[in-house]
Design a protein around this ligand. Structure first.
Ligand code: ATP
Ligand code: PAU
Length: 308
């Protein structure tokens, strides 16, 4: 594809051979357990073939990054300081960004033991539902205008500046809103993973981009009909877990007519998340350092890595 001319493309077999198994410390039972705890459907074959080589590539990139920060500090006669390395993960709603981000966090902690990794999602920087309503854009949740980009940029700037504690607001899928007065606290990590549909987007009203703060970016890609299936599967799972909790956003669907509920989810996908993918997310794919392409069952079948 012409728009991918600046990428190397690898099949899974090619990619896994870049980092031979015998070079790698095997995953411990504890790490495997951690992975299975948040998603027992993750393919461990993909973990071995794709993610472990990726983590080793990231380790090299991190070493290089830290070396360059030291060199720059010396040149500028400034004291050297630890600057967090930020990994951005982007892609459609329900493509698996948060699952990949959590997996990477476990693997980075396993393979780079002396470095602290934290993870946050840009969902927390959505305007609360009441504010979306006030702006008349509640139907556009997830679109660029639904995020408080200024706060997100300030957050990233504070993290990069090495502030001791930086607060990130928290969004809950179960409540379907930002939770007032709840924060994730980012405390001077060596590595911060930030996942969200907008990590590669150009904000319309800001001159600084999120990507100005990320040191490695990953776009997770798949064909839209597959992502729709994953979206609907997740909707069904969210309904199942909502059954006994009237405060859960999905409770009303869980206790009501199931076919109607699923039709409603299909409509949200068609009217909101799919147009958002085509209009605002997919066009950012070719800004990523790496594109991970998934097929049936979330299995990875292609890796693209930026050449220059
Ligand atoms: N590697 C994987 N193997 C198996 N299932 C997966 C994998 N990645 C994601 N899933 C499933 O796909 C669905 C969507 O994944 P996830 O919630 O991580 O997506 P997301 O991109 O973070 O979505 P959103 O943007 O809405 O937060 C979930 O049901 C998740 O369990
Ligand atoms: C929170 C976002 C925007 C992104 O993760 C998404 O999961 C979402 O809720 N989209 C709004 C439409 C929907 O309910 O799918």
């Amino acid at each position: 594809m012409a728009d991918l001319i600046n990428y190397y493309s690898f099949t899974k077999d090619e990619w896994r051979n870049f980092y031979q198994k015998h070079q790698s410390v095997p995953l411990t039972q504890a790490s495997l357990k951690q992975i299975k705890a948040f998603n027992d459907e993750i393919s461990l074959q993909d973990v071995r073939d794709i993610y472990i080589p990726l983590v080793h590539l990231l380790k090299l990139r991190l070493k290089n990054f830290n070396h360059w920060q030291d060199t720059k500090a010396k040149f500028l006669h400034k004291p050297s300081r630890r600057i967090p390395f930020i990994i951005g993960i982007s892609g459609s709603v329900a493509v698996g960004k948060s699952t990949t981000a959590r997996l990477l966090k476990v693997l980075l902690s396993h393979f780079i033991k002396d470095k602290k990794t934290q993870l946050i999602t840009t969902d927390g920087f959505l305007y609360p539902n009441a504010e979306l309503h006030r702006r008349g854009i509640e139907q556009l949740k997830g679109f660029p205008e639904s995020y408080d980009m200024k706060s997100l940029i300030n957050f990233l700037n504070a993290v990069k500046n090495g502030e001791q504690e930086v607060k990130a607001p928290v969004y809950s899928h179960q409540v379907y809103d930002v939770i007032p007065n709840r924060y994730d606290i980012v405390k001077q990590p060596d590595i911060l993973i930030i996942e969200g549909i907008n990590t590669l987007q150009l904000p319309s009203n800001q001159r600084i981009y999120i990507s100005d703060f990320t040191d490695f970016s990953i776009y997770i890609d798949a064909k839209a009909p597959l992502i729709e299936n994953w979206y609907l599967d997740r909707f069904k799972k969210l309904m199942q877990t909502a059954f006994q909790d009237p405060s859960n956003f999905y409770y009303k669907y869980a206790i009501g007519n199931q076919e109607k509920a699923i039709q409603m989810a299909k409509d949200v996908w068609q009217d909101n998340d799919l147009p958002n993918l085509y209009r605002n997310i997919l066009p950012t794919k070719t800004r990523a350092d790496m594109i991970i392409h998934k097929t049936n069952g979330h299995r990875i079948n292609q890796i693209l890595l930026r050449k220059y």
